[in-house]
Design a protein around this ligand. Structure first.
Ligand code: 6PG
Length: 254
């Protein structure tokens, strides 16, 4: 397993969610002198985390000290059922006292996509502290994992996988017949803590493919999620028992 990568297996999804929430609390405690910058994941998995944060962990987080961004977004307006922003707004951001000006929706539905990318990059560069690589370094990046090995909107065989000179990019995703806006590897890999939240048995095969022994064979086909390897930060794979069915916390076959 690459250095800086850690696998944590929890008996239930609640364990995954509680660990992620504690990571946010600890980041806020460690950086009392400044705002804490986080990037929220897309998909459906984070809903459980958002509800826990809003209902059980609300008093643990200094919400007024967060700057909240999104790691990817669909090309839909904020009120659309498919919007990653909408899920976060409904389940969390509308339920905690975070100033609206500190929630930064990714403008994937911008009329001028290139300008939308530029604007989001400029915002990140202005608000997120610079890390050792000279790139903006998020304190926490939460990510999900698709069954095809994608993360954020970095899908297998798509152009954004090869973007090395931008922090954010638009990405044509033929397998979805859709366009997305997404963080790129330079931005993901500048993160201080990157946590994959992966739940459910349907993810076990791709988890084993990415974290199991075969992943380390030379020439192994790296899934997009496997290329998230912060140079100075750490990656934590937070798995429930079902998603980890094929492996151990040492990355061995179970
Ligand atoms: C998106 C996400 C995507 C997601 C995975 C897992 O916008 O769809 O960023 O990368 O995290 O597809 O999705 P689920 O959590 O719904 O399984």
């Amino acid at each position: 397993m690459p250095s800086g990568t850690c696998i944590r297996i929890f008996p239930t999804p609640d364990g995954v969610v509680q660990h992620a929430a504690r990571t946010l609390r600890d980041a806020c405690s460690a950086h009392r002198e400044r705002r804490v910058c986080i990037a929220l994941s897309g998909g459906s998995t984070p809903a459980r985390l958002y509800r826990f944060l809003a209902e059980d962990f609300r008093r643990e987080i200094p919400w007024e000290r967060l700057e909240v961004f999104f790691g990817d977004e669909r090309c839909v307006p904020p009120e659309h059922p498919d919007s990653n922003y909408r899920l976060a707004h409904v389940e969390l951001l509308s339920r905690v006292p975070i100033p609206e000006a500190q929630v930064h929706r990714m403008p994937a539905d911008a009329a001028d996509p290139a300008a939308g990318v530029d604007d989001y990059e400029d915002l990140i560069a202005r608000l997120v502290p610079t890390g050792p690589l000279g790139e903006p370094s998020f304190d926490i990046v939460w990510l999900g994992l698709g069954e095809d090995g994608h993360t954020a909107s970095l899908f297998p065989g798509t152009a954004a996988l090869d973007v090395g000179d931008r922090l954010v990019a638009f990405n044509e995703v033929p397998q979805l017949d859709a366009r997305r806006m997404t963080f790129t590897y330079p931005l993901l890999n500048a993160g201080a803590v990157v946590q994959f939240l992966v739940l459910g048995g349907q993810k076990a095969p791709v988890v084993t493919r990415i974290l199991g022994p075969t992943a380390r064979k030379s020439g192994a086909d790296l899934a997009p999620a496997a290329r998230v390897r912060p140079a100075y930060g750490r990656v934590e794979w937070l798995l429930d028992r079902e998603a980890s069915a094929g492996i151990t916390e040492q990355g061995l076959l179970a």
